[in-house]
Ligand binder design. Sequence first.
Ligand SMILES: Nc1ncnc2c1ncn2[C@@H]1O[C@H](COP(=O)(O)OP(=O)(O)O)[C@@H](O)[C@H]1O
Ligand SMILES: [Mg+2]
Length: 364
Amino acid sequence: MRVKTLSLTQFRNYDQATITPGEGVTVFVGPNAQGKTNVLEALHLCCIGRSHRTSRDEELIRWGADAAKVHIETEQQDGTHEVTILLSRSQKKKKQVRIGSRSAERIGELMGHVCGVLFSPEDLQIVKSGPAERRRFIDMQLSQLHPAYFYALQRAQRALIQRNALLKEIAKRPSLAPTLDAWDEQLAAAGGDIARMRRHAVELLCETAEKTHASLTLGREALRLRYVSQVADAQDPAQALLARMRAARSEDLRRLTTTVGVHRDDILITIDDKDARTFASQGQQRSAVLALKLAQLDLAWKERGEAPVLMLDDVMSELDPSRRRQLLERIDRVQTFVTCTDISDLGGARHSAVYHVENGRLSL
Ligand SMILES: Nc1ncnc2c1ncn2[C@@H]1O[C@H](COP(=O)(O)OP(=O)(O)O)[C@@H](O)[C@H]1O
Ligand SMILES: [Mg+2]
């Protein structure tokens, strides 16, 4: 896949900017807080309909403006794809997606038109932080590749909110208890789909990440990923979830929260069989994240049959020269967007265009 043009209108600190990247590496260089990450954020928004750094869309609209627009045109094996995202403060529909000239009814229709993998320093949290960060990582990846996953996630999230609200309601009016059945079923059905896909994706990611990591560490360390879930090994995860949910009902009613479900899932990341979250050094954690991100790229590439675009936000300066080289070797055939504060951060890597970023303005 290749991005032909990306336009930002009233997006973050941009009034209006259009980027026409080449095939290879496009660089955005400039001091801090000028708008480099904002460009990648706009591209990320086109991939899955949300920012990678905030869940509040209104933050993306330029201060003082009422609406923002991001438009992208990509070239793929099956032709040209055009996506427009409109964000508004005042309109009833706060986020609108257009595919070509057609208004999408659901955000999920966006998935697959633009596919990208973003790597930023905050990704270290995938290894260092709690399970929520790792779920977010796998959710972003799977949503983008499979709209069905995105919809299952939406269903599960809604059912979970409803079920938790109902648990509190039942505390006041116990006669409502039987109405939990319907939510249990919905939550288990959506959760079953999610568990199946997460399990499969983690297996595939593990295979690739393990190999990449071995080459990053010259074969000295072994990285592994394992899907951790209450129903990780279940033949029929939906059935298993339902059974567990029923068994946990009295506990849920006591704790006023849903204790069973894929919202408790995790991915265990180990280096030489030790939990990387607690036992790995900062350097080891960095290698693990790099391996994970490259595996994410590979997996998206394989599943789609063409390369996604790669976004590297400020990561080059954090890698030592050998890892930087390994990264750049791998991305030879991938259209890449790189941000840095100094062009020397690229370590002499080939690039096709350099945009200087200054206070929401781009110049070649
Ligand atoms: N909604 C917004 N409207 C206008 N400016 C914004 C908005 N959100 C962030 N900014 C500005 O964008 C800049 C940060 O941009 P960013 O792309 O993160 O910088 P960097 O170049 O360091 O990656 C800051 O100057 C911030 O004040
Ligand atoms: Mg930045």
